[in-house]
Design a protein around this ligand. Sequence first.
Ligand code: GLA
Length: 687
Amino acid sequence: MTTRVWTVRLESTSYTIALEPGGRWLDLVAWGPHGIEDGPSPLANSGGVPGLTDADAAPVEYSPRGLRPFSGADLIIGPVGGPHESWWAFEGQDEGEGLRLAFRDEVTGLRAVLCYAAVPGTDVLRRWVEITNGGPDVLEIERLGSAGFCVPTGTSGARLTYLTGQWCQEFQRRELVLPAGRLSLDSRFGIPGLTYVPWLAVQDAGVPDGPAWGVSLAWSGSWQIDADIEPSGITRIRAGRLPFPGPLRLEPGGRMSTPEVVLASSVDGIGGLAKAWHDYDRVLAGDRRGPRKVLYNSWEATSWAVNGDRQLELARLAAEVGAELFVVDDGWFTGRDDDTGGLGDWEPAPEKFAGGFGAFVDQVRSLGLDFGLWIEPESVSPKSRLFAEHPDWVYHLEGRPSTLIRNQLLLDVGREDVFEFLRDMLSRMLKDYPISYLKWDINRPATERGRPGWPAADLDAEHVRNYHRLLDHVRTEFPHVTLEACGGGGARTDLATVARADVLWPSDNTAPLDRLTIQEGFLLAHAPHLLSSWVTDAPGMFDPRPRSLKFRFVTAMAGVLGIGADLSTWSAERRLEAAEYVALYKEIRDVIQHGEVDQLAGPREPTCAVQYAWKDTVVVLAWSTGVLDGTPHVAGRPTRVHLRGLDAAASYVDRSGARYSGAHLTHAGLPLAWSAEHDADVVILGR
Ligand code: GLA
C-alpha cells in the first residue's frame, strides 16, 4: 500500500498525518509552522522495537487497546464480558466536516472515524472521534478518548505546564520537567473541577524557551489528560472525557461521538500558545464579544442578607462610580437565608423586596443599570419545596444515604423532566423580569450517581448535554442575556462552557496579590474578555497583604472589570477615586478585552506586568508586588518592563506626553517608578 498523507493547514502552522503502510493506524508526521512537514519526520521511530509492537513505539494518533497493547490506549472497547480489545484497519475517507478517516474492526463490527477540522483564522485544530457499533453484540467502553497525539520532545523529556489548585486558589501555574514517566490530570467531579483545568502545554525540556504544543478540552463533565514521556523521549498525550463511573454501552447499530479536544502549537512558547487559545475563545464568542459592561455584584457586601432597600443603596452608589450592570448574587429567592435552604425554589423572596421584586428591578434599571441575578439551577436544598415534591429528581443510589456538600444535593439534570423544569423556570424568570445577566453557578460535584435504569444510562454525558442545552436555550431565546459561568469559583472553565457563556468567574479569591497569580494562570488558557474580576474590600479572604485601591482596580481591569466591595463603607473621596478608574477602564476596555496579550512579567517577580495591544494602542498594566528600588533615599533606577511585538522604528507616546521608540520599549523597557503610595499603574501608549 502506498503511504497516504494528509496535511491540515492552520493559520500559521500545519498538522500532517500519514497512514501506516499496513493501514492499521495514523502516524503524526509533523506539527508546527508551515513547511515543517518538508523533511524527515521529527517523530518517526527509526530504531528497533525489542519487546514491543511497532504501534507501541510509533507516533500513533489514536489507537484502541489491542492494536497498541502497552503504551496506552485512547479507546478501550469490546463485547460485554469479552476482551475489551480491538484491532482495526483503514477503511477510507468519509465525506463531512473536516478530514474524516475511518477504521473498521472486522471482528467486532466497530467503526471509528477520526475527525480533524481546522478553526479558520487560528492555529487551533479541533479533533473528535465518532464510533459506530456495526456488529451484533453490545460493546462496552472503558475509555473513550477524543484524541491522542505525540509531541516531538527529545531525550531530556518534556516540560509540562498545567493549571491546578483548589477553592480560592484556582489556576495556579505549575511547571514540571519530566524526563520519563506519566503526568495524569483528571476530574471525577462530573464537572471540570477546581483541581485541574482541562488544559496542558508541552515543551521540549532540552530547548529552553522553545516551541509549545497544547491541548484543551471542550467537555463540561469528568475528564482525563495523560502525558507519557516514553523512553525515547517522545511525549504521548491522550485526552478526552472520563466515562465515570463507567463502563459505557454501545448497542448494535448505536453511534457515539466524543467531545472535542482542541490542539494548538506555537513557536513562541507558552505565551504564543496562549494567543492561539485567545484566538479560539474569540471565535467561540462570535458576535457576542462585547465590550463587556462594568459590573457591580453585591455578594461580598451583603451575602445572603439580601434586602431590596440595601441593594438599592448599593445600586445607587455603583451607578455613581460608573458601573453599568447590577447583579444580585445568592440570597434573593425564597428560603435562602443561608446555605441550608432555597435552592430549587426560584421565586423572589417576597419579604426581602417590600414593594415587589418587579418594582425593585425597575428601580435598579431606572438608575441606568442593567440588572442581573445569580442562579444555581442544577442544585437543590433538601428543605426546598422542589425536593419535597420531587425527591427522585436528585442523583441517588437505592439504599444509600445521599452526601450533602454545602448542604445541598444535585439534580439529575440528564432526566428529561428535570431539563424541562429548568428550561421552563429559566424562561419564566427571563420573561417576567427584565434580566440581562445571569451568573450560573454550581457549588457541588456529583456523588451517588445513580438513577433507576442505571448503568445503561451515561449519566455524566446526559447531565452535560442538558446543561449545554439549557445554556443554548438561554442564548437563543434570550440573546440579550449575558451569561457568566461559575463553579464555586473556577470549576467550570472548559471550552464547551466557553462556547456558551460570555464570561467566566475564575475564583472567589479577589485578594489582590493572590488574584494576580490566579489571573496569570487564567490568561494562559483563556482570553481577557472572559476574565471576570472584582475590586473588593481589603484585606482579602486568604491574602491579608494590603494593597492600594489603585492596585486593586488595575488588577480587576486586566479582564472584565467588576466591583464587589461594600460601597456604602467607602468615603466620598474613595468613591471619586474609584469613578476615575472606572472611567479610565471604559476608555481602554476595547484594548484590554480584544487585544493581543503578552504577560511580560509574572506576579512572583517584583514588578508584574501584562501588555495588551489592539489597533494603534498598547496598554500596559503593571503592579509592584515586591521590594521597592530604594529611590529617592538611595541611588536607584526605575524598574523596566520589556514590551513585545512593537514596531522598533515607530514612536509611542503615553498620556503624560513621554515619547519612546518601539526599540526603546522593547530593549531598554518601559520605566516604572514605584513608591509606597504608588504600587500599580496603567500606561496607555498611542502609536
Ligand atoms: C459561589 C460563588 C460565589 C458566590 C457564592 C454564592 O461560591 O463562587 O461567587 O456566588 O457561590 O453562594
